[in-house]
Design a protein around this ligand. Structure first.
Ligand code: FES
Length: 116
């Protein structure tokens, strides 16, 4: 079975709700399935990714739902500590072995972050 398509135009978050620098977990429903995404901000850079670590497929957040951000630049996977750049999801170290997060196209409009 293929993964559900992401709904274009879905609002992920308000820009003002994003920590800067930081990351939020956003879960959306599609075709009866829950899809977990990450929305990140560092300065003027806003991005979104599938919340699935390329190392072993776990979501990045800790058990309390928070994403660990190191040095204001990197998200740290809570499972085995792979690190990913906030701006583009590129692997920055750890067991991701050079594979980054899957980036999603977004638009920022009227203070909201939407899937493109
Ligand atoms: S699943 Fe993320 S580092 Fe292993």
């Amino acid at each position: 079975m293929s993964a559900p398509r992401l709904p274009s135009g879905a609002v992920l978050a308000r820009l003002s709700a994003l920590p800067n620098p930081g990351a939020l977990v956003v879960d959306i429903e599609r075709d009866g399935a829950r899809i977990s995404l990450l929305v990140t901000r560092r300065g003027q850079h806003v991005a979104a990714f599938r919340n699935k670590c390329p190392h072993a497929g776990y979501p990045l957040q800790r058990s309390d739902g928070r994403i660990i951000v190191q040095d204001g630049r990197y998200m740290i996977c809570a499972a085995h500590c792979a690190s990913f750049a906030l701006e583009d999801g590129a692997c920055a170290g750890g067991p991701c072995n050079g594979t980054g997060l899957e980036r999603l196209a977004i638009v920022v409009r009227d203070g909201e972050i939407l899937l493109a």
